[in-house]
Design a protein around this ligand. Structure first.
Ligand SMILES: [Fe+2]
Length: 245
């Protein structure tokens, strides 16, 4: 008799433990539709090149150190290298400072990149709004970001989480959903598969540029922290591209 009670108890516990694992609840009314959506066409407004000669485009920031006092600002200029500096200032601090970056270019099959700028800003104050400016003269562009609070136990900080974004109309909906989310992500963890440029013939790297312009509206204002996915693997020996990434 005692054995029967033991096994009954075991079964009940098993059912309860499964019930707890399985019942995740519904956190969103979103229902994914069955079909793949197509990439937005090249003349879509989200891909528009900012006006003016050599205007900085694809502006984005990421974390520049391990404690939150550094930010790396990146952007692309298409016509010539242009200015390598970032002008930045704290909202209430007044004094404007300059940081100098560096420029890279690359080729991929028949594609040649624009001038890719990276510039690290250091020694920022915690929990502070900074404005920053890239470019020269009437094509300079201004953005802002907030530094995180000083690290410590129980310091609140809200991360967004996006992966497999791509550049379809659904990608645009995803980004808008993130922008409008009342939870207000302060930094974004990107879990891989960014532009899906590698789905195009010859991995058309111009689709990296459209993607960079598409995400600027969020990525220029808060750090995106990157992981590479399988779509970032650009190994294509049939067109002479043997570097994996
Ligand atoms: Fe994926």
């Amino acid at each position: 008799m005692e054995r029967r009670w033991d096994s009954l108890l075991f079964v009940v516990c098993l059912i309860l433990s499964f019930a707890e694992i399985v019942n995740g609840g519904i956190t969103s009314s979103y229902v994914r539709h069955a079909n793949f959506s197509l990439d937005m066409p090249l003349d879509s407004d989200v891909f528009r090149v900012p006006p003016g000669y050599n205007a900085p485009q694809q502006v984005h920031i990421t974390q520049g150190d391990h404690e939150g006092k550094g930010v790396i600002v990146s952007w692309v200029t298409q016509d010539e290298p242009g200015s390598k500096t970032v002008l930045y200032w704290a909202e209430n601090g007044g004094l404007k400072k300059l940081a100098e970056g560096f420029i890279l270019t690359y080729k991929y099959y028949n594609y040649t990149s624009g001038y890719i700028h990276h510039c690290t800003i250091e020694d920022l104050e915690f929990d502070t709004k900074y404005y920053y400016e890239v470019g020269i003269g009437n094509t300079s562009r201004q953005f802002w970001f907030l530094t995180p609070p000083k690290p410590g136990p129980d310091v609140p900080y809200t991360f967004g989480l996006i992966g497999d974004l791509g550049q379809t109309s659904d990608s645009n909906r995803t980004l808008t959903h993130y922008e409008l989310n009342p939870a207000k992500g302060q930094a974004l963890l990107f879990v891989g598969d960014l532009s899906y440029a590698n789905d195009y013939p010859f991995h058309d790297n111009a689709r990296w540029d459209t993607w960079g312009r598409f995400v600027e509206r969020v990525a220029a204002y808060q750090p995106w922290i990157w992981t590479a996915g399988n779509h970032e693997i650009d190994f294509a020996p049939e067109i002479g591209e043997r570097q994996p990434i």
